[in-house]
Each structure stands twice: as C-alpha cells, then as structure tokens.
Design a binder for this molecule. Structure first.
Ligand SMILES: Nc1nc2c(ncn2[C@@H]2O[C@H](COP(=O)(O)OP(=O)(O)O)[C@@H](O)[C@H]2O)c(=O)[nH]1
Ligand SMILES: [Mg+2]
Length: 431
C-alpha cells in the first residue's frame, strides 16, 4: 500500500515536472513554432453587440492597448523574399515615424503579402524584429484581421501606393479602386471600410531618385509629411526597387526553425563547399562553359582545401517542376545539361536530398511551400552562410547581381570580422 502511495506521488510529481517543462519549451519557442500554419481556415467571429463607442474602445484596447488604434498595413510587397525583407524594414521605419502599429503581413512562396497563408513568424523571428525596432508596436495579420472584424463601426482607411518615376517627390490623388484590391490583393478578408469615398494617394519618387542616401532621406521625409493622417488604417504598397528609407537596418533574421533545419544539413555534410548558382538571366550559349568552369573550380578546391562535400543552392528546379524564382521563366535544355554535368561529376547535396522539415511535410498546403521558392530558399541561404567555402554565380552564368547572394556575402563577411565561424575559409569567390 505504502509503495503504491509513494508511486502515485512520484508519478504526479513527474507529471507536474513534465507539464512545467512543456510550458517552458512552449514559451521559449513561442514566436517560431506556435503560429506557423494557415491563417484563414479559422475565422475570427464577428461580435454580436450593436455599435457603441464603448464597445469599439474595448475592442481597440484589447488589440492595440489604446482606446484608438492606428495601424500601418503594407498588404503587398511586390518582390521576392530578400527584397521583400528589405522593403518591409522601410515600412517599419515609416510606421515608427508615423507612430502607428505595424501589421506583420503574412508570408508564403517567397512573398510577403496579405494573400499568403502563413504567419510572419513562419519565415521571420518576430522577437528579433521587435529587438531591432524596440519602440515600434507589432500585430500579426491574424489579430489585425480579427480586430477589424470585431469592430462594429468599421475602421476607416487611406490607401497609399508608391511608384518609381514620375515628377520627383510628387503626390496625387487618384480614383479609388477598392474592388480590385479586395479581389486581387485579398483585402476582402478584412472588416475595414474601403470604398469610392476612400482617399487613394499615389506617390512618385522621380526617375532614379532613390539611388543615393541623400535622395532616399528627402523622399522619406516627403512621404512622412504627407501621411500624417488620422485614419485608423494606412494601407500601403509600392513598386520601388531601391530602399525607400536610408540607413536601413540589417535583414530581419529568419525564425529558429529555419536555422534548426539548416543546422541539420550543415552537421551532416561539413566540411563543405556551397555554390549559389542563380541561373536566372544566364546567357544561354555560355551555360556549358559555366558548368565546365564550375567543375574545374570545385576539383581545385577539393585538392587545395581537402573539402569533399558540395552543396548546391540554386533557383534551378532541382525537384522538377517550376523554377525556384518566380522571375525565372526561360528554362531550357542548356540549363538541364549544365546541372546534369555537375550532378554526374560530384555527389551534390541540396535541400531536397536533405528532406528538410520532415515533421511538417504531411500537410498538402505546407507541401506546396516546398515545391516553390519560399522555405527552401531560406534554408539554402542559411547553409551557404555557414559553408567552409563559398562560390557565387559569375557574370554571364546567371544573375550575378543578386540581393540573395549579397545577403550571404554580407553575413559571411560579418562572421569573419567577428571571428564567430572559424570554419569559413573565404567570403566569396566567383568561379
Ligand atoms: N531554393 C532556392 N531559391 C533561390 C535560390 N536563389 C534564389 N532563389 C529564389 O529566387 C528568388 C530570388 O529573389 P530575391 O530573394 O529577391 O533575390 P534576387 O532576385 O536574386 O535579388 C527568391 O524567391 C528565392 O527564394 C537558391 O539558391 N535556392
Ligand atoms: Mg528578386
């Protein structure tokens, strides 16, 4: 009997410890792991009460901590991940300057826009972003959506689009196009007011006007001065390729689970040479030459450095299907032959041969992310950052001026400077 009581006590203390451990683990991983699935399967229920200022204020307090909410929602970043990452930071700066809460727009398929199915934390480390911008308030798209739906007096909006070209630093009011935004940009998923009465502003940077820091500063000041409005939501988008704000901070770090998957690959293949072959825009006739030169270069590195393993990061569709970059349309026999030469000469490791995120891959919607450019692009980038030796695309063999490659190079340079990754033998070399 006594033994049984002892056992029961022992069991319950183990159970309590087990629970505690889980709570600790949950808190530790919260921003990365708890919020990574679909946004729109679970609808936020609309409230049943009739409109009254008191209720509106209560909803506001719940979601933005104040009786009045002021949000900045950049619902569409036009470019893919590295560039979208950069522009997102410009808009955080804008949110800061305008004292608005920044919406963490959804992500997926290498994009940051309202139509995507994953929360921002699926790609990015939200806690790290908060540290980078300690005085900016953030809200997930899901909570923002919920807030807008729960509001009975629907929050008002102003729409802002920033375009390159036009008259330098100019702004004009344009005819509203709410229906297009509702259908094409998924803004029908939110409960805010946007109609033919809504103010639609179009800003122009002027020709090549954001190419210098001085011009960026002038433009951002112009933008801030013209966006001091009382509307509850500023809806923003742009088509600008240069940074909108000067002194843009370092990239938003990727979320922990991406680092963990990259580490699994790295630990399995180290030491290794990583190649970033961004094939988009290669001169087709040059491709056979490019592949041969790469093979030669790899053989040399193997001999001189004694590194046996080769990791290939590329926008070529290594799993078949479409290319990994959505701006890479012209895929030819010459591309296939180039990759075949590489594959037949070396045992090449890739994100695909490494079965990344095995625990997530039994869901059809998530699996789609692994046939596209999203998560594989992030993991490839992280594996390249840690490689013992790094080779990047030379001119003519693809898109040598790639922000994707530049991000790897900058990170490697920083690691060498700080001496934090002793395995790094070079920053970058073009083969
Ligand atoms: N998986 C994978 N995707 C890549 C690689 N290189 C480029 N991409 C994809 O191609 C797109 C590149 O766009 P971006 O990140 O803006 O860089 P940039 O266009 O090269 O300046 C992204 O969607 C990437 O995910 C790669 O090595 N591996
Ligand atoms: Mg791009």
């Amino acid at each position: 009997m006594a033994i049984r009581i002892k056992n029961t006590r022992l069991c319950s203390s183990f159970f309590v410890m087990f629970l505690l451990l889980n709570v600790i683990l949950y808190l530790y991983y919260d921003n990365d792991m708890s919020e990574k699935l679909t946004e729109f399967t679970e609808q936020c229920d609309e409230t049943k009460y009739s409109p009254s200022n008191e209720h509106e204020e209560a909803i506001n307090r719940k979601f933005c901590g104040k009786s009045e909410c002021k949000f900045l929602f950049t619902y569409l970043q036009p470019e893919q991940e590295t560039k979208a990452n950069m522009h997102f930071r410009s808009f955080v700066k804008l949110a800061k300057a305008l004292n608005r809460t920044m919406v963490l727009t959804n992500v997926g398929n290498s994009r940051i826009n309202a139509c995507q199915k994953f929360t921002f934390g699926f790609y990015y480390n939200v806690k790290a972003l908060q540290k980078m911008f300690p005085d900016v308030k953030f809200i997930t798209q899901k909570d923002f959506q919920c807030w807008s739906k729960k509001r009975r007096i629907k929050p008002n909006t102003e729409h802002v689009k920033i375009l390159p070209g036009g008259k330098i630093q100019s702004m004009k009011l344009v005819t509203p196009y709410p229906d297009l935004l509702k259908t094409k940009s998924c803004l029908n998923r939110f409960g805010f007011k946007m109609d033919d009465q809504t103010v639609f502003k179009q800003f122009y940077t002027g020709q090549k006007s954001l190419e210098s820091i001085k011009k960026q500063t002038k433009f951002s000041e112009f933008l801030i001065n013209n966006l001091k409005t009382d509307v509850e939501i500023l809806l923003t988008t742009h088509l600008v390729y240069y940074p909108l704000f000067s002194n843009i901070s370092k990239p938003i770090p990727y979320s922990n689970h991406n680092f963990e998957e990259a580490s699994k690959i790295i630990n399995r293949i180290k030491p290794y040479v990583a190649i970033h072959w961004r094939m988009e825009r290669a001169i087709l006739d040059k491709l056979p030459e490019c592949a041969e030169a790469l093979v030669k270069k790899l053989q040399k590195i193997k001999e001189s450095q004694g590194i046996q393993n080769v990791y290939l990061a590329t926008d070529y569709p290594i799993t078949g299907g479409t290319t990994q970059s959505q701006t890479f349309h012209l895929l030819t026999e010459k591309h296939h032959k180039a990759i075949n030469l590489l594959n037949s000469t070396f045992n090449i490791h890739t994100w695909s041969s490494s079965k990344i995120f095995a625990n997530l891959r039994n869901d059809e919607m998530i699996e789609k992310e692994f046939s596209g450019a999203g998560i594989p692009g992030i993991v490839d980038k992280l594996v390249c950052m840690d490689a013992d030796y790094f080779l990047a695309t030379p001119e003519g063999c693809g898109r040598a001026q790639s922000t994707y490659t530049t991000m790897i190079v900058n990170e490697r340079e920083k690691s060498i400077e700080l001496g934090v990754k002793p395995q790094l033998k070079n920053i970058v070399e073009r083969w």
